[in-house]
Design a protein around this ligand. Structure first.
Ligand SMILES: [Zn+2]
Length: 111
């Protein structure tokens, strides 16, 4: 018997039925939501980390807000994943184990 393996986003683990689009690469997949997060990060970071020293004070100060916005976007994806797990009855200990931190640390950060 052949089991058809369900395709999942390599970044957020949502299955193809849970996302609008799933883009395939060599042994990886990315969903439309994760592409959206990537785009926000790219918009927020006009230059690579190694180029920070080449920016003027004004440019670097202006780059802080969009960089923070990209962090918030990534955090909201993580929070949504954790909220979903909690609704499914997954314990804070299990989530802490998955993140490699204590139950207490994960609860303080995400509850
Ligand atoms: Zn995804």
């Amino acid at each position: 018997m052949v089991f058809k393996r369900r395709l999942r986003c390599s970044f957020c683990s949502r299955s193809e039925s849970e996302v609008q689009k799933l883009i395939a690469g060599p042994k990886v997949h990315i969903c439309d939501a994760c592409v959206g997060v990537c785009n926000k990060i790219l918009e927020a970071t006009p230059v690579g980390p190694g180029d920070w020293t080449k920016l003027t004070d004004a440019h670097l100060l202006a780059a802080l807000k969009p960089a923070e916005a990209s962090l918030d976007a990534v955090r909201s994806v993580l929070q949504a994943q954790i909220d979903t797990l909690r609704k499914r009855g997954i314990s804070w200990s299990q989530i802490g184990d998955a993140l490699g931190v204590s139950r207490q640390a994960v609860w303080e950060r995400f509850s």
